[in-house]
Design a protein around this ligand. Sequence first.
Ligand code: HEM
Length: 412
Amino acid sequence: MTTSEGMVDLTDAELVRDPFTAYSRIRERAALAKAVVPGIEPMWLVTRYDDVKLVMSDPRFVSSAAAVPGAVDLREQLWRATGIPEEHFVYLKAGVSEVDGAEHARLRGLVTRAFTVRRVTELRPRIAELTERLLDELPGRAEDGVVDLLRHFAYPLPIAVICELVGIPEKDRPQWRDWSAALAAGFGPGVAEALAGMVDHVRVLLEFRRHHPADDLITGLVRAQAEDGDRLSDVEMIALVQNLVVAGHETTAHLLANGTAALLTHPDQLALLRADPALLPKAVHELMRWCGPGLGTRMRYAAEDVEIGGELVRRGEAVMPVLAGANYDPREFATPERLDITRDPGRAETHVGFGAGPHYCLGAALARQEAEIAFGALFRRYPGLALAVEPEELRHGPNPGTWQLDALPVRW
Ligand code: HEM
């Protein structure tokens, strides 16, 4: 797991296979660890709960390398190493996650209204309807009585929801699904093609909504631009839409699949949930903690020297908060390796699976609600649902940033 220089190799097979155990080991060795990814300079990892929250929340850490004179932009190095053409950097850099302070508040403010708890609650009936429709179709998708729940339920539900909200027409959704999959796979010409395809398509949609407004987020952005003079640029609008669609379904799909697999392999917890569906919100918090898809966040840069665990992170150095380390930290969670859907956090959300601080996940309320509806309906509609393979045969994808299954074969 470590290189000859004692650094953590983030692409190491053992770490990718069982990140929760690997990061726990790293966390108990020291507060800070140096890590490498091929093609970019080393960065720090923080894995302890308090340190992870600190790096995500403390203004001494920023998202944009450009905000710290002399800092090397590791994100840009990563894009280059991934083969993303230089002309796309402008869109990636305009993303809401990449900027800080007033710029960040301005961009985030444009879309926050679409994701408030109240607005998300209004979507509940529509999400339930989409869920029931997909569940109706499941038996028809089966081959020899086995269906891949990731492909036929966990993916299509969140992409349908976010595309409706944003305003991507139904006929174009399979294309967006393919583009997002290419981005998530993370390497090669497919990534460049996907980015180019998304940018061109959002441009067309924005132009269309300028003349044919509807009740969707793209129309909201067009209106904001008209009211706001020149402040909101086309590049920013394209970056926002692309960000939302990709962030809005890829992770949610893996929460649905990981969570279903976790409940099917912990029948005592599933029985508790079946006996008392009011446990659903707590169960979703616990599944986010125990098998949440986001293993780490984007790296942050120290805007000044900061001491963490007795060691110094120097100004300009990059730090990645490891959510999977924090969510299994025994300093915060009793017996963290135990899945316990009755775990009472005391507060609404103690895990850091949706991040923390100013970049806290914009879609957290939406993702939680989709998961509550999806788990509730799935286990009610298919009481005999079971894995169609042995648990140890479930394969996790090779993405070091996301805890994701390749497939989730089930039978009922
Ligand atoms: C289970 C599902 C999800 C997980 C695990 C997740 C996780 C995260 C995490 C960890 C962050 C913080 C990243 C950082 O600090 O660098 C984040 C930010 C973000 N998420 Fe999510 N997310 C999920 C669903 C969604 C959905 C449904 C949307 C759609 C609206 C969304 C949109 C965003 C956006 C736009 C940001 C950037 C916010 C900012 O920088 O201010 N996410 N998400």
